[in-house]
Ligand binder design. Structure first.
Ligand code: SF4
Length: 344
């Protein structure tokens, strides 16, 4: 059964009309779902009870069941949800500097299979629907009582591999009749599905922020870390990003997971600077958060500092993101993986 979360303005209007209700009922329903984040039909009093019962026969109001929450109320918290078909997905709330950012998952598992990521370890199950993506935001807002200010598509899955649902979720989050977040407060991250990047940026009119997982400035190293690089090379990726930056005047952020002895050399730092500088791109450095199967470690604090300094000296904006979530298994997909193992 389809969830109401995930229906857009036109679909809700059509739904309301199909029950013979006036158009203003659509506005009331949208208000209850996307502004008040209703989680039960009792929280939608504007609709007559008989109509609610009829709609409930065709649509679920929600499609996710909260399973577990890890982490302190301040800082980062991780949430595990169960889908209707019994699969687990996870989302993270990061409370920092007055911002409440929800990191959403877009797929159950991930086909990209980056070697350092827990999400790529298990099997790929399916794409999440737009409703399942945005309901993560609604549930976390309700569960914590926080006003969500930002959403990042950086949880389980490759957003551009679930193109239509990601696009719709972005609309639901940013439209005035939806969650009404400023488009600049939504970031979509990709491992580099090159043909989809340009299409996505064009379709969202470049309004949401684009973040690209770089992880190495060398083709062979990047192919080891992010296997999709064998299909869509770094050279091709950089060419597309240049086009986006030059023709569409859009900013790009790179994510760079720093792993000891793998991609933390001075030569790599110079290579990253050579890619980022012409694009005027910011680089987020994330010291690696160990996943038990991948036998690597984060670099020393000194190496991290040297790497950042080299970039800064080359005139690249750098943000060092600490692995604040280590104590709550905040590496993407890790909680879900651990839980699956415990269940086995
Ligand atoms: S880092 Fe992202 S793209 Fe790579 S395997 Fe994990 S979820 Fe997929």
């Amino acid at each position: 059964m389809e969830s109401i979360y995930g229906l857009d303005l036109r679909e809700i209007e059509a739904l309301v009309a199909s029950f013979g209700l006036p158009k203003y009922r659509a506005t009331q329903l949208l208000e209850r779902i996307y502004k008040k984040n209703a989680l039960s039909w009792d929280e939608v009093p504007a609709l007559p009870a008989a109509t609610r019962a009829k709609i409930a026969q065709k649509f679920r109001l929600t499609a996710l069941r909260p399973v577990e929450k890890l982490g302190a109320d301040a800082g980062s918290s991780k949430f595990l949800f169960e889908t209707e078909d019994g699969h687990l997905l996870e989302s993270v709330l990061i409370s920092q500097k007055g911002r409440e950012t929800v990191c959403v998952s877009t797929q159950l598992g991930c086909k990209v299979k980056c070697v350092f990521c827990a999400s790529g370890k298990g099997p790929f199950i399916r794409n999440l629907s737009a409703g399942e993506i945005v309901e993560q935001v609604a549930r976390i807002a309700r569960q914590t009582g926080r006003k969500i200010t930002n959403v990042v598509f950086m949880g389980m899955g490759e957003p551009l591999d679930n193109f239509e649902s990601t696009l719709k979720a972005v609309r639901l989050l940013t439209e005035p009749w939806g969650f009404a977040l400023g488009a600049r407060r939504v970031t979509v991250s990709t491992a580099g599905i090159t043909p989809k990047i340009l299409e996505f940026v064009r379709l969202v009119d470049g309004r949401v922020r684009l973040s690209v997982s770089l992880h190495s400035s060398k083709e062979e190293v990047r192919s080891e870390l992010v296997p999709i690089n064998r299909r869509y090379s770094l050279k091709e990726l950089v060419a597309v990003l240049k086009k986006i930056n030059r023709d569409l005047k859009r900013e790009i952020t790179f994510e760079y997971t720093l792993i000891e002895g793998v991609n933390d050399s001075g030569e790599e730092a110079l290579g990253v600077a050579a890619i980022a500088k012409p694009l005027k791109a910011k680089v987020n450095i994330i010291p690696y958060n160990p996943v038990s199967e991948f036998g690597h470690k984060p670099p020393s604090a000194q190496t991290v500092q040297n790497f950042c300094r080299t970039l800064e000296k080359k005139g690249v904006r750098v943000m060092l993101r600490q692995t604040a979530g280590q104590e709550i298994d905040a590496a993407c997909g890790q909680l879900r993986l651990d839980r699956a193992r415990r269940t086995e």
